[in-house]
Ligand binder design. Structure first.
Ligand code: HPA
Length: 271
């Protein structure tokens, strides 16, 4: 990753009309519908953006969509890159750097996750307050990282407290259950064993998934305020573990999605 590459990616998008977006949004598995609500959309397929990671076959819907949401210029990533698809940490966080260079001031992230905290139910949304990186690496561990932002990025409060407070108030007003907790990121793509779910609970995780943390680390390195939510698609009870079915996870994410869309729309309105 070089500054020249970032400049070329950014120039390509600006040439298509991606002018000064204020907000960037990353949509997780089964959570792509918000992108369809963007007004006056301009689309850029990942495979057409210079230096974007090359999309795999199963990833054909990946695109950046620019337009207006609640009157604010927004750029949405419909589909993200995961380590489990064979990409590396620099690949999966490249789009965050591009959105930052386009000018976003805030980043919203969503993902589908399993509930480790058994007080939470399938179908709940969890506001991420903190995280545990179990992906065995960092998107900041490369030569010259200091030219792009902080190398020793502080992670004392990686999720913006102001936007978190606003989201809690919105959820109350909209009567949407919003749990709060710690998200642990694993590489995947295999799901966890019973022993791993027990460990995740012991170390303090409330939810587990295969994304988000690398993007959040890079956003902190770029000093970009973040708000992130997990849509809880299954309950990970090690003493009563049923096989999870990815199709079912996607289906449940789709059912919860309208609530997540409402939270994000109201949050944009309030900013
Ligand atoms: N682990 C367990 N359950 C899940 C996950 C995961 O990574 N993602 C969504 N549900």
């Amino acid at each position: 990753m070089t500054q020249k590459q970032l400049d070329e990616s950014t120039a390509y998008l600006q040439g298509k009309g991606f002018e000064a977006p204020e907000i960037g949004i990353v949509l997780g598995t089964g959570l792509g519908k918000l992108a369809e609500e963007i007004e006056d959309p301009i689309e850029a397929h990942y495979n057409h953006i210079p230096f974007f990671p090359l999309a795999t076959v199963e990833f054909h819907t990946g695109k950046l969509i620019y337009g207006s949401l609640e009157g604010k210029k927004t750029v949405v990533m419909q589909g993200r890159f995961h380590l489990y698809e064979g990409y590396d940490f620099l690949d999966i966080t490249y789009p965050i750097r591009v959105m930052h260079q386009l000018g976003i001031k805030k980043l919203f992230i969503s993902n589908a996750a399993g509930a480790i905290n058994l007080n939470f139910k399938k179908g709940d949304i969890m506001l991420i307050e903190d995280h545990i990186n179990l992906q065995g690496g960092s998107p900041l561990a490369f030569k010259g990282v200091g030219n792009f932002g902080d190398r020793f990025t502080d992670m004392a409060e990686p999720y913006d407290t102001t936007m978190r407070d606003i989201l809690v108030k919105i959820a109350e007003k909209e009567k949407i259950t919003l749990q709060k907790g710690v998200y642990a990121s694993v590489v995947g793509p295999q799901l966890e064993t019973k022993a791993e779910y027990r460990m995740l609970k012991i170390i303090g995780a409330d939810a587990v998934g295969m994304s988000t943390v690398p993007e959040v680390i890079v956003a902190n390195h770029l000093r970009l305020p973040i708000v992130a939510v997990s849509v809880l698609t299954d309950e990970c009870d090690p003493d009563n573990l049923k096989p999870v079915n990815i199709q079912e996870i996607i289906e449940i994410a789709g059912k919860i999605e309208p609530k997540m869309v409402r939270l994000f729309r109201e949050l944009i309105k309030s900013l």
